[in-house]
Design a protein around this ligand. Sequence first.
Ligand code: GLT
Ligand code: MN
Ligand code: MN
Length: 388
Amino acid sequence: MTDFNPTPADRFTFGLWTVGNVGRDPFGEPTRQPLSAPYIVRKLAELGASGINLHDNDLVPIDATAAERDRIVSDLKAALSETGLKVPMATTNLFGDPAFKDGAFTSADRRVRAYALQKTMRSMDLGAELGAQTYVFWGGREGTEVDAGGKLMDALAWFRESLNFLAEYSEAQGYGYRFALEPKPNEPRADIFLPTVGSALGFIPTLDKPELFGVNPEFAHETMAGLSFPHALAQALDAGKLYHVDLNDQKMGRFDQDLRFGAENIKGAFFTVMLLEEGGYSGPLHFDAHALRTEDEAGVWTFTRGCMRTYLILKDKVAQFRADSEITAALEAYRVEDGELAALSKFSPENAEALKNRTFDRAALGVRGPGLEALDQMTTELLMGVRG
Ligand code: GLT
Ligand code: MN
Ligand code: MN
C-alpha cells in the first residue's frame, strides 16, 4: 500500500448528512448547495467508498407523499445498483422537527413518544429495504436544559420502553437489525441522556434484549465530554459492543465540530486506527464529519478523500509501528510478567493466604522507569515520518 487510494474493501462509509452538509450553523445560512442522494452515491463510488448511511429525512422529506417517497427511493436504488455501493446503517431523524423539541423517546408527552415510535418503525422499514443491518440511535434531543420538569428517572424508563418496543419490532419483521446507541454529552441539549460510551454500556444490560444493542462511539462526542476516544473505543471492544463507529475529529472545549478524521488530534486518530485494526472490529468505518463551512463543493470532495486517505496512512503507520524492532523491544520491556505471581493471582483461599504473606520489594517497584517517554517519542517521530 503506497498510494493510499481507498477501495470498497477498506469498508469506508459516509452519511448522506456528512458530505451533503450545506454549511448551516446557528449563526449563518448555508454556504453550499444541497447535493442529491444519487449524486453523492456516484461521487463516493468514484472516490473508493463502500457505502452510505442515512437518516430517513436525509433522503425522504418528512412531509413527502407515498408516491414521492417511492420515486426518491427508487432513484437511490438505481444509483446503488449502478455503483455497487451499500447502505450498511440507517437511522432516524428524531431531532429536527419542532415536535421533538423536548425529546423524542424521552418526551414527557406520550403522543410525541408514540409518534417517535411510528417514525422510527417507518425509517427501519426504509433501512431494511435498502439492506441496512445496523440501526443507530443518536438521541440528540433526548435531554434537558432545566431539570425542573422532574423527569430524570422517568426519561430513562421511557427511553428503555421505546428501545424494547423497537427491538421487538425488528425481530417481528425479521429485519435482524443490531442497534447501536450513540452517546453525546451535550448539543443540541444542555445535557443529553446517556452522555458517554460508558453510560450507554451501563444502560444496555437494563434492556429486554441486550444482545441486540451495542454502541456507536463518536470521536468528537467523547472529546466534547473531555474524555479519550481510544479509551472509550477500547471499553466498547472489551464489552463486545462496538456495533458501529463514527470517525471524525474535534478540538476540546468547542462546539460539535465534526472535523475531518485526523485533522486535529493525530495521535488520538493513530490509536483509534490501531484499536479498530487490531481489536476485532469488522464493521463499516464510518466518517461522521463534514467539510468546513468555508468550503465549496470541491472542498467537500477534498475533505472526503482526506478522511479515507488519513485512515489508510495511519493504518500503514500502525503496521510500521508493529514492525519496528526498537518499539517492539520497548513494548516488551514495559510489561513485566512473573509466572508464580500469575498463578497466585487466581483466587483460592491458599493463594490469597500466600499473597497476603508474600514480601514485595516496594521501593524497587517504585523506582523502575517504564520507558514511556521513549515509547511516546518514538510514536511521535514515527507519525512525523522520521523513523524507518
Ligand atoms: C447528527 C449528529 C451525529 C449523529 C447523526 C446520526 S446525526 O449529525 O451530530 O453525531 O451520528 O443521527
Ligand atoms: Mn458529531
Ligand atoms: Mn455521530
